[in-house]
Design a binder for this molecule. Structure first.
Ligand SMILES: Nc1nc2c(c(=O)[nH]1)N[C@@H](CN(C=O)c1ccc(C(=O)N[C@@H](CCC(=O)O)C(=O)O)cc1)CN2
Ligand SMILES: NCC(=O)N[C@@H]1O[C@H](COP(=O)([O-])[O-])[C@@H](O)[C@H]1O
Length: 217
Protein backbone atom coordinates (compact mmCIF):
# COMPACT_ATOMS: atom_id res chain seq x y z
CA UNK A 1 0.00 0.00 0.00
CA UNK A 2 1.57 3.31 -1.05
CA UNK A 3 2.55 5.66 1.80
CA UNK A 4 2.14 3.14 4.63
CA UNK A 5 5.15 2.59 6.88
CA UNK A 6 6.72 -0.83 6.23
CA UNK A 7 7.07 -3.24 9.15
CA UNK A 8 9.21 -6.39 9.14
CA UNK A 9 8.41 -8.85 11.94
CA UNK A 10 10.90 -11.37 13.31
CA UNK A 11 9.39 -14.51 14.86
CA UNK A 12 10.43 -17.93 16.06
CA UNK A 13 7.19 -19.59 17.17
CA UNK A 14 3.41 -19.59 17.29
CA UNK A 15 3.04 -15.95 16.27
CA UNK A 16 0.17 -14.85 18.50
CA UNK A 17 1.87 -11.46 18.84
CA UNK A 18 2.35 -11.35 15.08
CA UNK A 19 -1.37 -12.05 14.78
CA UNK A 20 -2.11 -9.14 17.10
CA UNK A 21 -0.05 -6.91 14.79
CA UNK A 22 -1.75 -8.27 11.67
CA UNK A 23 -5.18 -7.64 13.19
CA UNK A 24 -4.20 -4.17 14.41
CA UNK A 25 -2.90 -3.14 10.99
CA UNK A 26 -6.10 -4.41 9.39
CA UNK A 27 -8.16 -2.44 11.89
CA UNK A 28 -6.18 0.73 11.26
CA UNK A 29 -4.77 0.80 14.78
CA UNK A 30 -1.23 0.82 13.38
CA UNK A 31 -0.18 3.32 10.71
CA UNK A 32 1.77 0.69 8.85
CA UNK A 33 1.68 -2.59 7.01
CA UNK A 34 3.59 -5.78 7.64
CA UNK A 35 5.58 -6.33 4.47
CA UNK A 36 7.62 -9.35 5.55
CA UNK A 37 7.73 -11.97 8.28
CA UNK A 38 11.09 -13.61 8.92
CA UNK A 39 11.21 -16.74 11.06
CA UNK A 40 14.23 -18.37 12.67
CA UNK A 41 12.38 -21.69 12.42
CA UNK A 42 10.74 -23.37 9.41
CA UNK A 43 8.19 -24.91 11.78
CA UNK A 44 6.92 -21.65 13.26
CA UNK A 45 3.13 -21.46 13.07
CA UNK A 46 3.57 -17.72 12.67
CA UNK A 47 4.59 -18.46 9.07
CA UNK A 48 1.12 -19.89 8.53
CA UNK A 49 -0.47 -16.84 10.13
CA UNK A 50 1.51 -14.59 7.76
CA UNK A 51 0.61 -16.64 4.69
CA UNK A 52 -3.06 -16.63 5.72
CA UNK A 53 -2.84 -12.83 5.51
CA UNK A 54 -0.88 -12.86 2.24
CA UNK A 55 2.24 -11.51 3.94
CA UNK A 56 5.51 -12.66 2.33
CA UNK A 57 7.67 -14.85 4.56
CA UNK A 58 11.29 -15.87 4.76
CA UNK A 59 12.97 -18.55 6.90
CA UNK A 60 16.42 -17.76 8.28
CA UNK A 61 17.25 -20.93 10.15
CA UNK A 62 20.36 -20.92 12.36
CA UNK A 63 20.06 -24.56 13.35
CA UNK A 64 18.95 -26.01 10.03
CA UNK A 65 20.82 -23.80 7.53
CA UNK A 66 23.91 -22.45 9.31
CA UNK A 67 24.76 -24.95 12.04
CA UNK A 68 23.97 -27.89 9.77
CA UNK A 69 26.88 -30.40 9.68
CA UNK A 70 28.83 -28.41 12.30
CA UNK A 71 29.40 -30.47 15.45
CA UNK A 72 28.32 -28.76 18.70
CA UNK A 73 31.85 -29.18 20.00
CA UNK A 74 33.34 -27.13 17.15
CA UNK A 75 32.90 -23.78 18.90
CA UNK A 76 34.99 -21.85 16.40
CA UNK A 77 33.05 -23.07 13.37
CA UNK A 78 29.72 -22.44 15.12
CA UNK A 79 30.79 -18.92 16.06
CA UNK A 80 31.71 -18.26 12.43
CA UNK A 81 28.41 -19.74 11.29
CA UNK A 82 26.48 -17.61 13.76
CA UNK A 83 28.30 -14.46 12.66
CA UNK A 84 27.40 -15.29 9.05
CA UNK A 85 23.80 -15.93 10.11
CA UNK A 86 23.61 -12.44 11.56
CA UNK A 87 25.32 -10.68 8.66
CA UNK A 88 23.26 -12.56 6.06
CA UNK A 89 20.07 -11.61 7.94
CA UNK A 90 21.07 -7.95 8.03
CA UNK A 91 21.96 -8.02 4.33
CA UNK A 92 18.63 -9.63 3.51
CA UNK A 93 16.68 -7.07 5.54
CA UNK A 94 18.37 -3.95 4.15
CA UNK A 95 18.03 -5.04 0.51
CA UNK A 96 16.10 -2.28 -1.30
CA UNK A 97 13.24 -4.64 -2.11
CA UNK A 98 12.93 -5.69 1.56
CA UNK A 99 14.07 -2.68 3.57
CA UNK A 100 11.47 -1.85 6.22
CA UNK A 101 10.88 1.33 8.18
CA UNK A 102 10.76 -0.70 11.41
CA UNK A 103 11.66 -4.17 12.64
CA UNK A 104 9.59 -5.76 15.42
CA UNK A 105 10.93 -8.79 17.32
CA UNK A 106 7.76 -10.69 18.23
CA UNK A 107 9.04 -13.79 19.94
CA UNK A 108 12.36 -13.85 18.07
CA UNK A 109 14.37 -16.22 20.21
CA UNK A 110 17.92 -15.47 19.16
CA UNK A 111 20.38 -12.92 20.44
CA UNK A 112 21.17 -10.50 17.61
CA UNK A 113 24.84 -9.65 17.16
CA UNK A 114 26.47 -6.26 17.50
CA UNK A 115 27.37 -6.37 13.80
CA UNK A 116 23.75 -7.06 12.89
CA UNK A 117 22.60 -4.06 14.90
CA UNK A 118 25.37 -1.83 13.51
CA UNK A 119 24.27 -2.70 9.96
CA UNK A 120 20.67 -1.78 10.77
CA UNK A 121 21.87 1.46 12.37
CA UNK A 122 23.88 2.28 9.25
CA UNK A 123 20.73 1.89 7.20
CA UNK A 124 18.64 3.77 9.77
CA UNK A 125 16.28 0.88 10.48
CA UNK A 126 15.06 0.91 14.10
CA UNK A 127 14.32 -2.36 15.87
CA UNK A 128 12.12 -3.05 18.90
CA UNK A 129 11.43 -6.13 20.98
CA UNK A 130 8.64 -7.56 23.10
CA UNK A 131 9.86 -8.85 26.45
CA UNK A 132 7.57 -10.46 29.03
CA UNK A 133 9.09 -8.74 32.04
CA UNK A 134 9.69 -5.29 33.51
CA UNK A 135 12.77 -3.23 32.69
CA UNK A 136 15.82 -4.63 34.44
CA UNK A 137 14.06 -7.87 35.40
CA UNK A 138 14.44 -11.39 34.04
CA UNK A 139 16.38 -10.50 30.90
CA UNK A 140 16.73 -13.35 28.45
CA UNK A 141 14.69 -16.46 27.92
CA UNK A 142 12.04 -18.06 30.11
CA UNK A 143 11.17 -14.71 31.67
CA UNK A 144 7.52 -15.67 32.16
CA UNK A 145 8.38 -18.76 34.16
CA UNK A 146 11.10 -16.97 36.11
CA UNK A 147 8.81 -14.08 37.08
CA UNK A 148 6.03 -16.47 38.11
CA UNK A 149 8.46 -18.49 40.26
CA UNK A 150 9.80 -15.32 41.87
CA UNK A 151 6.23 -14.40 42.73
CA UNK A 152 5.60 -17.84 44.17
CA UNK A 153 8.72 -17.41 46.29
CA UNK A 154 7.46 -14.06 47.53
CA UNK A 155 10.45 -12.27 45.98
CA UNK A 156 8.30 -9.95 43.84
CA UNK A 157 4.68 -8.83 43.93
CA UNK A 158 4.43 -7.17 40.53
CA UNK A 159 5.48 -8.20 37.05
CA UNK A 160 4.95 -6.88 33.59
CA UNK A 161 5.60 -6.68 29.89
CA UNK A 162 7.65 -4.19 27.96
CA UNK A 163 8.42 -3.12 24.43
CA UNK A 164 11.95 -1.80 24.20
CA UNK A 165 14.52 -0.65 21.68
CA UNK A 166 16.92 -3.43 20.83
CA UNK A 167 20.58 -2.84 21.70
CA UNK A 168 23.44 -5.29 21.96
CA UNK A 169 22.90 -5.80 25.67
CA UNK A 170 19.93 -8.17 25.80
CA UNK A 171 16.65 -6.64 26.98
CA UNK A 172 18.44 -3.53 28.26
CA UNK A 173 17.29 -1.14 25.55
CA UNK A 174 15.20 1.93 26.39
CA UNK A 175 11.59 0.94 27.09
CA UNK A 176 8.90 2.36 24.82
CA UNK A 177 5.90 0.76 26.55
CA UNK A 178 5.80 -0.78 30.03
CA UNK A 179 2.72 -2.54 31.36
CA UNK A 180 2.86 -3.58 35.01
CA UNK A 181 0.43 -5.88 36.80
CA UNK A 182 0.22 -7.65 40.17
CA UNK A 183 1.34 -11.20 40.68
CA UNK A 184 -1.30 -13.48 42.24
CA UNK A 185 0.26 -16.05 44.57
CA UNK A 186 -2.63 -18.50 44.03
CA UNK A 187 -2.27 -18.29 40.26
CA UNK A 188 -0.87 -21.30 38.39
CA UNK A 189 1.91 -20.83 35.84
CA UNK A 190 -0.61 -21.51 33.07
CA UNK A 191 -3.01 -18.89 34.39
CA UNK A 192 -0.20 -16.37 34.78
CA UNK A 193 1.11 -17.14 31.29
CA UNK A 194 -2.32 -16.56 29.77
CA UNK A 195 -2.55 -13.22 31.56
CA UNK A 196 0.90 -12.20 30.33
CA UNK A 197 0.06 -13.11 26.75
CA UNK A 198 -3.10 -11.02 26.83
CA UNK A 199 -1.08 -8.02 27.99
CA UNK A 200 1.62 -8.73 25.37
CA UNK A 201 -0.92 -8.53 22.58
CA UNK A 202 -1.92 -5.04 23.68
CA UNK A 203 1.62 -3.86 24.40
CA UNK A 204 3.05 -4.94 21.06
CA UNK A 205 0.41 -2.97 19.15
CA UNK A 206 0.95 0.13 21.30
CA UNK A 207 4.73 -0.23 21.11
CA UNK A 208 4.78 -0.67 17.36
CA UNK A 209 2.57 2.34 16.79
CA UNK A 210 4.68 4.41 19.19
CA UNK A 211 7.87 3.32 17.42
CA UNK A 212 6.40 4.30 14.04
CA UNK A 213 5.54 7.72 15.44
CA UNK A 214 8.80 8.36 17.30
CA UNK A 215 11.62 6.22 15.88
CA UNK A 216 10.89 6.08 12.18
CA UNK A 217 12.46 8.98 10.30
N1 LIG B 1 21.14 -8.10 20.94
C1 LIG B 1 19.88 -8.35 21.29
N2 LIG B 1 19.25 -9.42 20.77
C2 LIG B 1 17.97 -9.68 21.13
C3 LIG B 1 17.31 -8.89 22.08
C4 LIG B 1 17.99 -7.77 22.63
O1 LIG B 1 17.44 -7.01 23.45
N3 LIG B 1 19.27 -7.53 22.20
N4 LIG B 1 16.00 -9.25 22.53
C5 LIG B 1 15.72 -10.65 22.26
C6 LIG B 1 14.44 -11.27 22.65
N5 LIG B 1 14.71 -11.99 23.88
C7 LIG B 1 14.03 -11.54 24.97
O2 LIG B 1 13.17 -10.65 24.90
C8 LIG B 1 15.66 -13.04 23.96
C9 LIG B 1 15.53 -14.15 23.12
C10 LIG B 1 16.48 -15.18 23.18
C11 LIG B 1 17.56 -15.10 24.05
C12 LIG B 1 18.58 -16.20 24.09
O3 LIG B 1 19.31 -16.36 25.06
N6 LIG B 1 18.67 -16.95 22.99
C13 LIG B 1 19.71 -18.01 22.88
C14 LIG B 1 19.07 -19.29 22.41
C15 LIG B 1 18.05 -19.70 23.45
C16 LIG B 1 17.44 -21.04 23.06
O4 LIG B 1 17.19 -21.26 21.86
O5 LIG B 1 17.22 -21.85 23.96
C17 LIG B 1 20.74 -17.58 21.84
O6 LIG B 1 20.43 -16.66 21.05
O7 LIG B 1 21.79 -18.22 21.83
C18 LIG B 1 17.67 -14.01 24.90
C19 LIG B 1 16.72 -12.97 24.86
C20 LIG B 1 15.95 -10.98 20.81
N7 LIG B 1 17.33 -10.74 20.56
N1 LIG C 1 12.63 -13.02 25.35
C1 LIG C 1 11.63 -12.97 24.34
C2 LIG C 1 10.46 -13.82 24.72
O1 LIG C 1 10.50 -14.60 25.63
N2 LIG C 1 9.37 -13.64 23.97
C3 LIG C 1 8.21 -14.44 24.21
O2 LIG C 1 7.97 -15.23 23.07
C4 LIG C 1 6.58 -15.48 22.99
C5 LIG C 1 6.17 -15.34 21.57
O3 LIG C 1 4.88 -15.84 21.45
P1 LIG C 1 4.18 -15.78 20.00
O4 LIG C 1 5.10 -16.48 19.05
O5 LIG C 1 2.87 -16.49 20.22
O6 LIG C 1 4.00 -14.33 19.65
C6 LIG C 1 5.88 -14.46 23.86
O7 LIG C 1 5.25 -15.07 24.94
C7 LIG C 1 6.99 -13.58 24.36
O8 LIG C 1 6.85 -13.25 25.71
Amino acid sequence: MAGKKKILVLISGSGTNLQALIDACAAGKIDGEIVKVVSSSPDAYGLTRASNSSIPTHVHDLQGQYYKNIPKEDKKARKQARDKFNLDLAEYIVRPENKPDLIVCAGWMLILSRDFLLELEKHKVPIINLHPALPGAFAGINAIERAWQAGQNGEISTAGVMIHKVITEVDEGEPLVVKEFPLIRTESLEQYTDRVHSVEHIAIVEGTQKALQTLVL
